[in-house]
Write a protein that binds this ligand. Structure first.
Ligand SMILES: [Zn+2]
Length: 499
C-alpha cells in the first residue's frame, strides 16, 4: 500500500494541505484504488477531505481544489458523496431482508457512524447507520440528505464494505415516504399511529359494540367471516377471536391495515431496488397483544404486503435512554409469543426505543433467535455528551445548566418521567466526576430529550450557544467517541447474543 499511497503522501508534504495546519490525520482504512485513481480520506484541522490523485473519470467527477499536478483535495459534500456512490457500491445503503439481524444506529450529530461501524464490524449484526425520524430532523435542523451523506462518508472513511442500511424512520405522510425513497433510503418504517384510534384502548364493551356497528357492513362481514370464533394454530400458539376481541382489533387496526397496504402497493412495491419495509404500531398507548399482532400481520400478508419487520408495542415501558421498566416475567411471556408470530410469518421482530434495555436483551435475543431489528438513537448522543463531560468540563457544565432550565420545553416531544431531584447539583460535583452523570437515569433522560434545544440554541449575536464548541470538541476527540460507542453499543450486542 505504501507504494500506491506515495502520490498522496507527496500531496500532503507539498501541497497546501500541509501548509494550512500543523495537524493532519490520515484515515488509512479509507484508501481506495479505482483503475488509475487513488483516494484517501484525511482530516486537516477540523475538516475532513478526500485526497484524490491519478487520471480517469472518477478523478474528473470529484469536485475539489487542485493542490499538485493530478492531485486534489475534495470536501465531503453531497455532490462528492454521489460520486463515491457511483463508483463504490458499498457506499450505497442496501436492504437486508428478513433473516439478517440489524441494528438501527441513529446519529443525530453526523459523527457517530465511524464508531458504530467499528462496533458492528465483527458482529453478527448489520448497521442501519442512517436512521432519522422527521421529528429528529426538525429538532436538529438537518435534512435527510445530510444524514445520508454522513453515513456514506463514514463507510468510506472506515473502509467498511460489509453493507449498511438507511432508514426513513417513523414516517407517517405519503409525501415523506416518496421523498425518502427518492433520496435512496433502503428502509422505510411506516408509523401507523395516526390510523390507530386511541380511544378504543379505554373503551367499554358497549362503546366498542356501538362503534363496530357503525362500520360498513362489508367490512364487518369480511372480518367476521375470517376470524369470528375461529382458532388459529400459529407456530405452537393457539389464538382465538371471540366477538369482543375481534371488534376491538378491527376498530383499532383496520384503518392502519388499509393504509399500510396502500403504501406498500403505491410506493414500496414500485421501487426497482429492494426495500426493507417495517410496520410500526408501537407509537400508541395501546399495548399490542399477541392476538392483535397476529391479526395485523395476517391481514397484511394476505393482502400481499411484504413485511420485513414489525414493531409491536410491548408491555411495560421502553423509555428513552434507560433500562426496561416493568414486569420482566410478563415481558418474557409476551415477547416469546410475539417472536413465534414473527417467525411464523417470516419477518423480523423489531424493538423500538431499544437502547439501554439491558435487563431484557437476553430474553429478546433468545426468543427471536437473533432474527430481529433493534433501534437505538439517543443513546449515541448521550455517549457524545459523556465525551464532552470528560474532555471539556466547562462546556458540559453550561449544557447541563441549560438542559435543566429547558427541560419542560423538551417534554413537548418526548415521554419521559425522570426524577430530576436525583441528579446531583452541579456545584457539588468535581470535573473528574462529571462523566458519571451519564450513569444516572434522570440525567440521561434530561439530556436525551433536550438535544434539539442544546444543538440549535443561539445567543443574541445569532451564534450557536453550544453547537460549534460541541462539534469541535468531538472532532478533537474522535477516538474517545469511537471507544465510548464501541463499549456502550457493544454491550447491547453482547447482551443480545449477537457478537
Ligand atoms: Zn417506534
Amino acid at each position: 500500500m505504501t507504494m500506491t499511497l506515495l502520490p498522496i503522501i507527496e500531496m500532503l508534504a507539498q501541497g497546501e494541505v500541509a501548509e494550512s495546519t500543523t495537524h493532519v490525520k490520515v484515515y488509512e482504512k479509507s484508501y481506495k484504488n479505482y483503475e488509475n485513481v487513488h483516494l484517501l480520506m484525511v482530516k486537516v484541522g477540523n475538516e475532513k477531505y478526500i485526497l484524490a490523485t491519478g487520471t480517469g473519470l472518477l478523478y474528473d467527477e470529484l469536485v475539489g481544489d487542485q493542490i499538485v499536478d493530478r492531485g486534489k483535495k475534495c470536501p465531503l459534500t453531497h455532490e462528492n458523496r454521489l460520486v463515491l456512490n457511483r463508483y463504490f457500491d458499498y457506499t450505497k445503503p442496501r436492504a437486508f431482508g428478513t433473516k439478517t439481524a440489524t441494528i438501527g444506529l441513529g446519529d443525530r450529530l453526523g459523527l457517530a457512524s465511524p464508531g458504530h461501524i467499528e462496533t458492528v464490524r465483527k458482529s453478527k449484526m448489520k448497521p442501519i447507520l442512517a436512521q432519522q425520524s422527521i421529528r429528529e430532523l426538525n429538532l436538529t435542523n438537518r435534512t435527510m440528505e445530510d444524514i445520508l451523506d454522513a453515513a456514506a462518508f463514514a463507510v468510506f472513511q472506515t473502509g467498511y464494505e460489509g453493507g449498511y442500511g438507511a432508514d426513513g424512520d417513523h414516517i407517517k405522510e405519503e409525501s415523506d415516504i416518496k421523498d425518502a425513497l427518492s433520496l435512496g433510503v433502503s428502509m422505510i418504517t411506516l408509523d401507523c399511529s395516526d390510523q390507530i384510534d386511541k380511544t378504543i384502548e379505554e373503551a367499554t364493551a358497549e362503546k366498542i359494540e356501538v362503534e363496530y356497528e357503525e362500520l360498513p357492513k362489508r367490512t364487518r362481514d369480511y372480518y367476521q367471516e375470517r376470524y369470528l370464533n375461529k382458532t388459529f394454530q400459529v407456530n405452537g400458539l393457539t389464538l382465538t377471536f371471540d366477538r369482543l376481541s375481534l371488534m376491538r382489533n378491527v376498530l383499532l387496526y383496520d384503518e392502519a391495515i388499509v393504509f399500510t397496504t396502500h403504501v406498500f402497493k403505491e410506493y414500496i412495491n414500485k421501487e426497482e431496488r429492494a426495500i426493507d419495509f417495517e410496520i410500526s404500531i408501537d407509537e400508541t398507548e395501546t399495548v399490542t397483544s399477541p392476538t392483535a399482532h397476529f391479526f395485523v400481520a395476517n391481514e397484511l400478508i394476505d393482502r400481499g404486503v411484504q413485511v420485513n419487520s414489525l414493531a409491536p408495542r410491548f408491555c411495560g415501558e421502553f423509555q428513552k435512554g434507560i433500562d426496561y421498566i416493568g414486569d420482566i416475567e410478563q415481558f418474557e411471556h409476551e415477547l416469546r409469543e410475539h417472536a413465534l408470530i414473527s417467525e411464523h410469518f417470516g419477518y423480523k421482530l423489531s424493538i423500538h426505543s431499544g437502547s439501554d434495555k439491558f435487563k431484557v436483551f437476553p430474553i429478546i435475543g433468545k426468543y427471536t433467535k437473533g432474527v430481529l431489528h433493534i433501534k437505538t438513537a439517543g443513546t449515541n448522543w448521550l455517549e457524545a455528551v459523556r465525551v464532552i463531560a470528560k474532555t471539556n468540563p466547562p462546556l458540559y457544565r453550561d449544557m447541563h445548566t441549560f438542559a435543566l432550565e429547558n427541560f419542560e420545553k423538551a417534554l413537548k416531544y418526548y415521554h419521559v418521567t425522570p426524577d430530576l431531584a436525583s441528579i446531583k447539583p452541579l456545584d457539588k460535583v468535581t470535573d473528574s466526576e462529571l462523566p458519571d452523570y451519564m450513569n444516572n437515569d434522570a440525567a440521561r433522560q434530561l439530556f436525551h430529550v433536550t438535544y434539539g434545544l442544546i444543538l440549535t440554541d443561539k445567543n443574541d449575536q445569532d451564534q450557536f450557544t453550544f453547537k460549534d464548541q460541541f462539534y469541535k470538541t468531538l472532532y478533537d476527540h474522535e477516538e474517545e467517541y469511537t471507544a465510548a460507542l464501541m463499549k456502550h453499543i457493544g454491550r447491547h450486542i453482547d447482551k443480545l447474543g449477537l457478537r
